[in-house]
Structure formats: structure tokens, C-alpha cells
Design a protein around this ligand. Structure first.
Ligand code: AMP
Length: 996
């Protein structure tokens, strides 16, 4: 036996075994008489005695061994069985060996019989043998041993019998003696049960064992308080026939807010929570949350902090984000692009998106209404992940307010004030929308009558419609115009298919054509055959052509002569052509023809804003009868002007008055009134502050003259960019360039060559709309301080001018495109001077040798490529303004094409180099160089960081520049741009590569 150890089985509870008995009867335990029924009376006899431990006991004895045919019955009292089905009967008895009794052969027996009778209640004291069911015949295991009688010891036998299944409430046991000598020392009746237990936080009640030896009773457990059943795993155990709990299945777990301690669930303490029964432990409240109760399944958020519905209790409480930052906008007619930076505080969440609220406002403040469904948002109005949006289809000339709000998962829960960034914007001019609903009213052999509806968005007053039509087969088109919404197109061919398209015209220009409408004219009637014949007869054709040609020739010669005198330009349908005021013999006629004459009393001068070539430029207001007053710039002619000066001054108005485009400065009109009218001013609408200005009226020997132009709040573009160095997004800059290109496209379409396109001659209004200005005829020669005399004669702004214009004065729209490329460079470098401090001669030489300006800092490669295209030597190779607008539009539509990582601007294809004169490498010290680029304020920063030589400066990266403590982005760019050029020069001149 040594070394044998019993491993406890995990599913058995042996410790319960001892406790599993429920005693129904124990004769030994009874101290008083048992008073069982014995029959016949001389059979079983109740006798008191002592057991082996000398404890007093009650026994029944019988020993009728001498008489044959014994039948002695002994019956217990009624035993109530309760729930038990399987009853154990344990008998302890002694039995005498018949051999030990002399003279009993034939009558002595060594067994007795055990019976039972089931009843629901006591049945009285009569005893009927046939009502008993035999359980067994009981024999002694141990009887008296052989030997002397005196030495013989009584041996106690123990026998256990099981009865069941029982179905009645109780039963009697009966012992039948048939002639043995028996002492029934103890009768014990019991059943077994599994006692109540808590296992896996479930209570299993007392359970009586099953009726069969092999049966297991399945018992459902009940969760202890504050515990719940684990999902689909309810607790069960099995009670075996032996009263043991076996095979536990499933379990209970502590509910949310409670954790397990021993066999019970206890509440989580204050400041702790347990969100789910699945969690084992209570956890401390996450950030920005608290609780001051025990047994919490979650913690409450602090004031101002929230939890989104989808947030689990384990995450910190969060709050709405702050407002987006740096909201900037760009307007292109009726399209507004907004861009912003993420909020400084995301509220502790990473699900920040943006939404835009658009309101249209009347001119009165605070009177705004939501924009409604006709406005489009790209990519969307809300749920924006990226920090930009484009708002489309706004109304022209309308005031809008846009609010950009950053929202996160808890924004809708917060009752605190909304935080947003807002801009108020006035949309510009826009062309009308399409004419789409065209009806054919009448179709004849040679004419077609059409009518149509006004476009849905006229965006202004429609002054004219243009009907474009062509024969379907040859696509050579003609146009007809109409002031109303119907028109008849004549001179068509019979039986011929024509295609029609209509577009509307407003102050803002033409809208896009509507859809094509195909109509076939009616069949030709007989009687017109002579025309057909004529068409087939070459002699007639030649005659007709000769006559027509002669007439046209006469008209052209006549027109030219008249044109010289009266500047009657020949206009072709569909194109408006610029007329040079110089072709007028009397310039006053040109002014009258192209500029509206204003009554000076409508003009209110407010302050002087600049100096023009001919006099002060003032700002003020113009109030025309029946119209709102508008801000205007007023150019004046200084005191004592000559007639030539007056003519030259007004010439600009004669030119400007011919233009009507949102990107060309708009002329409101001129005053050309006489001296008498001038005296009215001090008493009338004009302010007294501007003595200088009035003096021109009081003392002028000629006529007082003013040119009134739309007011451009931000003045000229070069100064504006320098003032806001580094403050715009690339999209905004490209938006400005697009505007300038659109203005130039319009001017070149009209046949006007500007000759002095430069950022200083572009004006910027409050909405960042750029407009081409400066149209004086003599301006290039007299007005522009950049213009210098060249060897070919005449003054030319060298840095902006194409080589062919410098060399042989070939000014064309293609030379304007060159200048436009320089403007692009000025814009992208925030008003840097083209070719920096190089001399004009060096610039001419460098360009001639094929060098071009490098890309400014952070300039997208695509934009620099466009500049280089504008600077093609062969002017035919340069893009047309129309193409430039298209390219820029594409870039604006796909902002990704404009992305350039900081400091990775492409190197110029042929870096600018100046070989003959001092260049960047010619500066001796870092100080000199900084002075040259007007950044001397950073001299100490460079010295302190140990940049003592230009070689070391040339190796600097943008990070190095930033590490000097130069925080202004514009200055970083300026310095980096200069370093890049310096590097290129060093590389070229010395062949020394500077490794960065
Ligand atoms: P100009 O004679 O056209 O070169 O004008 C001289 C200066 O007056 C310009 O550089 C501008 O600063 C200012 N200026 C001219 N026209 C306008 C305008 N329409 N709106 C605002 N400022 C103007």
C-alpha cells in the first residue's frame, strides 16, 4: 500500500461523501422502547442490552429453534421516506450456528427474510403477510465459530440492502424468522443526497440521489446575488447515486459593477467601474470621468466632456474640437474654394471631420438665410475628412457667409456654443448658365424661327443671345444675335440639316452653349431652279464672284480711309475687336465712344491712395441715379495740364472703356466737364479735405478731368504679395494667376497687346480677384519706372519683356505670354524682384544664353514648367492664354497636382546664371549676401550658428534655415530660394558640386 496516493478528481467532491446520508430510522439511536409489532407474541422479543461499546441499545431477538414451522414476524414503525426513491437498509445482527445447538436438527435455521410494504400512511398494527414484498433472505456472514461454547464469541454481521424505486410516501420493513436464533442489534434506514453547494458562483440546492444506482440527477444552479449566468452557459451539476456532485457545466459571473470575491460578488469601489460581466476586475475611471457610487458599471464624464454612443466605457471622455484654423478662400466667379488647417484641439478624439454651413446674406448685416439645395459642395458639405471644400453654383454678385466647423463624435452631444471659423465673401461676376429649352417655332425652306427660355441662372441682366448654327455636313458656322428670347434665322438652304446652339450674354460675358438642336429646312419649291442652274454654270459663278469681290474691295478701301479718320473698325460677328484710340483724329471722340460720361456730383472723394503719372489717385464713392453707390478709384489730372497730357490721360479711359471682363479693371466712366462745373464741387458731394484735388478744378486752365475706375481694395499685386509674404496657399496663388490669365485671354482675343504686364500693373480687390490694369498708351515709355531705354530705342521693362520685343520691338500676345510667365514667378515668390539685383544688361545676356529663372521656393513643378513654357525663345512655341487658363483650371480642379513637399522644389531646367558680373558667389561675406536679399536682420542668427562663409551657406537645407530661428515662412522661402540660386551659380562657375 505504501506510496499509493489518490489524486483528487476535479469533478468529484469526496469531502461531501460523509455528509451525504439522510437517516430515516436508526434503532440504536432510540433510547426508549421501539415498540415494533411482533407476531406471534412468543416470537420476536424486544430486549434492552449494551452494544460493543457498552452503550445501551434496543434489540429484537428470536430463538425458536426447537419447534418446527416457525413463522415469526417483526414489523418496524411506519417510515416516512420524503423525496427519497432509493432507500438503504443496514442490518446489524448476530445469528447462532445450528451446529452449536444440540438436538435442533431439522428445526434450526440460519437465515431470516427481509420484507417491505409501501403505503402512503400508517396502516394500523395488524400484519398481513401477503401485503409484503420480499427484499432478500439474509444469511450470516459470520456465525458462531467452532469451539467451546464458553469461548465462542458473538460475531456481529452487517448487511445492507437497497430498496426502490419507491413511489409511496412511506413504508414498513418486516423481518420474518423461520426458526433461527437471531439478535437484531441495529436497524438503520437511510437514503443519500447531494448537499447544497456553491460552485462557480452558482448555488446548487440539496438534491436527493436518483432511483437507480447508475443514475445521475442533473441540477440547475442559481447564480449568487449580483451574479448572472454566462451567456449560453448556464450552470449545471450532476448528483450521483452516491450523493456526490459530479460534472459541473457552465458558470455564473459577477454582473457589471461587481467583481468576485470568494463565492460572492462584491460592488466595485468608488472611482472604479466594471462595464461588463465579462470583465474580471473593476478598473479605475478613465481620464475626464469620475464616479462617487459603489457598484458602478461606468463612470460619468466631467462637465464639458462627453462619451459618444459608440464609445465604450473604458475610453476617456472627450469634448468637441476647437474651431478650424487659418480659414482661407479663393473666389472664381461663382465658385468659392475654402481651405483651412485642423483645429488646435481635437477634443481628444481622432474622428474629426468638417462641415460647411453656407448662408446667403443680404447687404444688411445679420440678414442671412441658408443657401439651400441649389448650391453644390465638392467633395461634400459635411463629413469632410480633408481640409478643403469647393462650393459651386453660387449666385453672382451675392454676399455669402461660410462657417467651417470641426466636429467629432461628441459634437452633437455638447450643448456648449459651436466653434467655427467663418468668412464672408461676395461672389463675382459670372456668365449666365446654359440656354437649354429651345423650341422650333416655324420651319420654312430658307428660314427657321426659334424661341427659348431664359437660362435658370442668368447671373445678371441678359442683354443679348447668340444663335450659332451650321450645316450639319460641313460644320462651318455662322451666328445671329437677338435681344429677345426668339429669333429667325434666314438665308438657309432648303432640305438641309442645320444644327443650332444658343448662348446668353450678360455684362460678365457669354454663358456656355446649350445642347445642339438639329432641324432640317423644308423642301425646295419649283421656280427657284435658275439658282440651281446658275450654281452649275461656271460663267455665271465667275461673274457673280467678280461683282461681289469688287464691291467688297470698294468697301474695304472706303472703310480703311474712313477708319483712319473716324476709327470705324470692321467688326466680325462673334468677336469684339480692340480699337486703338490713336487711330482717332480727335481723341475726344474716342473717349465719348468708349467711356461713359459721369456727372461729377455723383462722385464723392474720400482720400488719396496713390500717385499716378498725371496726378493723384483717390478713393471715393460713385452714386449713379437709381443705383447703389459703389467704391471707386478716381484718377485725376494734375494742375496745369497741357492738351497733350489731357489727351494721353484720357487715352487710358478710351482703352479701358472697351473692355468688359471680370479680370480686367472696369471703367465706370469719366468726367470731362468744363471749368464752370468744377466750381460746383466744394459745395456739393465732393469732400473739402482734398484741397490738392480741387485745386485742379479751380486753377486748371483746361478742363477738369477724372477717370473713375472700380475700386480695388488691395492695390497693386506686387505690393500686396510682399505685404502678405508666405500667407497664401498654393491654390490661392494659382487662383490669382488664373484670374490674370483669363483677363489676358480676353485682351488678346480682342487683339489688344498689353506690353507692360507685370505684378505692379495688376490690381487686387478685397476678394483676392486680380484684374489687369494700366492701359495708358504712353505708359511703357513714360509711366513705368521699370522701363529703360534699350539699344533698339524706346523704353522697355526689360525683366518682364520677351527677347524679340527687346531686340526688335516685336510686341505680340506671345510677348505678353512671356511677361505673364514673369508674373507667375513674381506671384509664386511673393513679389520677389525677377532676376534679383542683376543688371538689365546681365538679364538680357543671361536670357540670350538660355538661362531662365529657377522655380521659387515651394513652387509646384507643374507651375514652374508652365513658366518655362512661357519663356520659350521661339514665340510660336509659347502657350496661348487660352491654353494657360485651361492648364491652371486643371490644376485647381486637381489640387494634388499642386502639392510640393517643403524644400523639394524642382531645380530649374537651366538654372539662371550670370557669368559676367558679380553674382552670389561674388559676395565676400554672409553679411553682404543677406544685405543683398534684404534679410540682414538675420545676420546675427547666421553668425551665432557658425555660418561664416558663403560655401557653408550654400550647403544649407530648409531645416538648417529653420533651425536658425527664422520662423516667418516667407523669409525662409526667400532665403532658401536665394541659396538655391547661389548653389546653381557655384556649380556652374566653379564646377564644384555643393552636396546638400
Ligand atoms: P496707376 O497710375 O494706374 O499706376 O495708379 C497708381 C496707384 O494708384 C497704383 O499703384 C495703385 O496703388 C493705385 N490705384 C490705381 N488704380 C486703382 C484702383 N482701381 N483701385 C485701387 N487703387 C488703385
Amino acid at each position: 500500500m505504501c506510496g499509493l496516493s489518490v489524486k483528487p478528481s476535479p469533478v468529484r467532491f469526496n469531502h461531501l461523501l460523509l455528509l451525504s446520508l439522510v437517516i430515516l430510522l436508526d434503532s440504536k439511536a432510540q433510547q426508549t422502547e421501539l415498540e415494533w409489532i411482533s407476531y406471534p407474541p412468543n416470537g420476536w422479543e424486544e430486549i434492552s442490552g449494551l452494544d460493543e461499546n457498552y452503550t445501551p441499545i434496543r434489540t429484537y431477538q428470536v430463538c425458536q429453534v426447537m419447534e418446527p414451522n416457525q413463522n415469526n414476524w417483526l414489523r418496524t414503525n411506519w417510515i416516512e421516506k420524503g423525496n427519497a426513491q432509493r432507500i438503504f437498509v443496514e442490518l446489524k445482527f448476530t445469528l447462532r450456528d445450528c451446529n452449536s445447538l444440540p438436538g435442533v436438527v431439522g428445526t434450526c435455521k440460519e437465515t431470516f427474510n427481509l420484507y417491505y410494504q409501501e403505503t402512503d400512511s400508517e396502516v394500523g398494527r395488524s400484519l398481513r403477510e401477503n401485503q409484503y414484498v420480499k427484499i432478500d433472505t439474509i444469511a450470516a456472514d459470520e456465525s458462531f465459530t467452532q469451539g467451546d461454547l464458553g469461548e465462542r464469541k458473538m460475531k456481529l454481521n452487517t448487511e445492507v440492502r437497497i430498496i426502490g424505486p419507491l413511489s409511496r410516501r412511506g413504508f414498513y420493513l418486516a423481518f420474518q424468522d423461520v426458526g433461527a436464533c437471531i439478535a437484531l442489534v441495529s436497524v438503520k434506514v437511510y437514503y443519500k443526497k447531494c448537499w447544497s453547494i456553491i460552485e462557480n458562483l452558482a448555488t446548487f440546492p440539496d438534491t436527493v440521489t436518483g432511483s437507480e444506482f447508475s443514475s445521475l440527477v442533473e441540477v440547475e444552479g442559481m447564480c449568487v446575488s449580483d451574479a448572472e449566468e454566462e451567456a449560453e452557459n448556464s450552470p449545471k451539476m450532476h448528483c450521483s447515486a452516491e450523493g456526490e456532485w459530479l460534472v459541473p457545466i457552465g458558470k455564473c459571473i459577477c454582473k457589471a459593477g461587481f467583481h468576485q470575491k470568494g463565492d460572492a460578488c462584491e460592488p466595485c469601489g468608488r472611482g472604479f467601474y466594471k462595464s461588463s460581466s465579462q470583465d474580471l476586475q473593476c478598473s479605475r475611471c478613465p481620464a475626464h470621468s469620475f464616479n462617487d457610487r459603489e457598484g458602478s458599471w461606468r463612470c460619468d464624464c466631467e462637465d464639458g466632456y462627453y462619451r459618444a454612443l459608440s464609445d465604450p466605457p473604458s475610453v476617456a471622455c472627450t469634448r468637441p474640437p476647437s474651431a478650424p484654423q487659418n480659414l482661407v478662400y479663393n473666389i472664381n466667379q461663382t465658385t468659392v474654394s475654402l481651405e483651412w488647417s485642423p483645429p488646435a484641439d481635437t477634443g481628444g478624439r481622432n474622428d474629426v471631420t468638417y462641415r460647411v454651413i453656407c448662408r446667403r446674406c443680404s447687404w444688411e448685416p445679420e440678414e442671412c438665410v441658408p443657401c439651400g439645395p441649389n448650391v453644390g459642395y465638392s467633395p461634400a458639405q459635411s463629413g469632410l475628412v480633408d481640409t478643403y471644400v469647393t462650393i459651386l453654383d453660387l449666385l453672382a454678385h451675392a454676399n455669402y457667409t461660410f462657417e467651417v466647423e470641426a466636429v467629432n463624435g461628441v459634437s452633437d452631444l455638447s450643448r456648449t456654443q459651436r466653434l467655427f471659423a467663418a468668412v464672408s465673401i461676395a461672389t463675382g461676376q459670372a456668365a449666365p448658365s446654359q440656354v437649354s429649352e429651345v423650341i422650333k417655332e416655324k420651319v420654312q425652306q430658307r428660314s427657321i424661327q426659334l424661341s427659348w427660355q431664359e437660362p435658370h441662372q442668368p447671373n445678371g441682366v441678359i442683354t443679348e443671345y447668340e444663335i450659332k448654327y451650321y450645316e450639319k455636313k460641313d460644320r462651318i458656322y455662322s451666328t445671329v444675335r437677338s435681344k429677345s428670347t426668339s429669333a429667325t434665322v434666314n438665308n438657309l438652304k432648303p432640305s438641309t440639316a442645320y444644327v443650332f446652339q444658343i448662348r446668353a450674354f450678360t455684362e460678365a460675358g457669354y454663358g456656355t452653349y446649350g445642347p445642339r438642336l438639329e432641324i432640317t429646312t423644308k423642301e425646295e419649291a419649283t421656280g427657284r431652279m435658275y439658282i440651281k442652274n446658275a450654281r452649275q454654270n461656271p460663267v455665271i459663278i465667275i461673274a457673280v464672284v467678280a461683282v461681289a469681290g469688287t464691291i467688297i474691295l470698294v468697301f474695304m478701301v472706303f472703310g480703311f480711309i474712313i477708319g483712319r479718320r473716324y476709327a470705324l473698325a470692321v467688326k466680325f460677328p462673334g468677336t469684339k475687336t480692340y480699337i486703338d484710340p490713336e487711330t482717332y483724329e480727335d481723341p475726344n471722340r474716342a473717349v465719348h465712344q468708349f467711356a461713359k460720361e459721369l456727372d461729377a456730383s455723383c462722385i464723392k472723394i474720400e482720400r488719396v491712395i496713390g500717385a499716378g503719372e498725371f496726378g493723384e489717385v483717390c478713393s471715393g464713392r460713385l452714386k449713379l441715379p437709381g443705383k447703389r453707390d459703389v467704391s471707386v478709384a478716381i484718377k485725376t489730372l494734375k494742375v496745369g495740364y497741357t492738351e497733350k497730357q489731357r489727351r494721353d490721360f484720357l487715352c487710358e479711359a478710351s482703352i479701358m472703356g472697351q473692355f468688359d471682363h471680370p479680370n480686367v479693371v472696369h471703367l465706370e466712366g469719366v468726367t470731362v466737364a468744363g471749368v464752370g462745373v468744377g466750381f460746383k464741387y466744394p459745395l456739393g458731394f465732393v469732400s473739402i479735405n482734398h484741397f490738392l484735388f480741387y485745386s485742379s478744378f479751380f486753377f486748371s486752365p483746361g478742363k477738369p478731368v477724372m477717370i473713375v475706375i472700380e475700386y480695388m481694395e488691395n492695390g497693386s499685386l506686387d505690393g500686396f504679395l510682399r505685404k502678405h509674404d508666405g500667407q497664401f496657399t498654393v491654390i490661392q496663388l494659382v487662383g490669382m494667376l488664373r484670374g490674370i490669365a483669363a483677363g489676358m485671354r480676353y485682351l488678346s482675343d480682342m487683339g489688344y497687346v498689353h506690353r507692360d504686364l507685370a505684378a505692379r500693373n495688376i490690381l487686387v480687390n478685397s476678394n483676392l480677384v486680380c484684374k489687369v490694369s494700366d492701359f495708358g498708351l504712353s505708359r511703357v515709355i513714360d509711366d513705368d519706372p521699370e522701363a529703360v531705354y534699350t539699344t533698339t530705342g524706346g523704353k522697355i521693362p526689360v525683366r518682364w519683356t520677351a527677347p524679340e520685343a527687346i531686340q526688335y520691338r516685336k510686341f505680340t500676345s506671345a510677348s505678353d505670354v512671356w511677361s505673364y510667365g514673369i508674373v507667375m514667378w513674381e506671384v509664386m515668390s511673393y513679389g520677389e524682384r525677377p532676376y534679383w539685383d542683376m543688371s538689365n544688361q546681365d538679364v538680357i545676356k543671361a536670357i540670350e544664353e538660355g538661362y531662365r529663372l529657377p522655380a521659387p521656393m515651394d513652387c509646384p513643378p507643374g507651375l514652374h514648367q508652365l513658366m518655362l513654357d512661357c519663356w520659350q525663345k521661339d514665340r510660336a512655341e509659347r502657350p496661348k492664354f487660352d491654353q494657360i487658363v485651361g492648364i491652371l483650371d486643371k490644376m485647381i480642379r486637381n489640387p494634388n497636382t499642386l502639392k510640393t513637399p517643403v524644400g523639394t522644389c524642382t531645380r530649374p531646367i537651366s538654372p539662371l546664371l550670370d557669368q559676367s558680373t558679380p553674382d552670389f558667389t561674388a559676395f565676400c561675406t554672409v553679411g553682404e549676401w543677406l544685405e543683398a536679399i534684404k534679410m540682414e536682420r538675420y545676420r546675427d542668427n547666421f553668425t551665432a550658428a557658425g555660418y561664416s562663409s558663403l560655401e557653408s551657406v550654400a550647403r544649407m537645407s530648409i531645416e538648417d534655415v529653420m533651425s536658425l530661428g527664422i520662423t516667418l515662412v516667407g523669409h525662409q522661402k526667400k532665403i532658401m530660394s536665394s541659396i538655391q540660386t547661389m548653389r546653381a551659380q557655384m556649380l556652374h562657375l566653379h564646377g564644384t558640386g555643393v552636396q546638400v
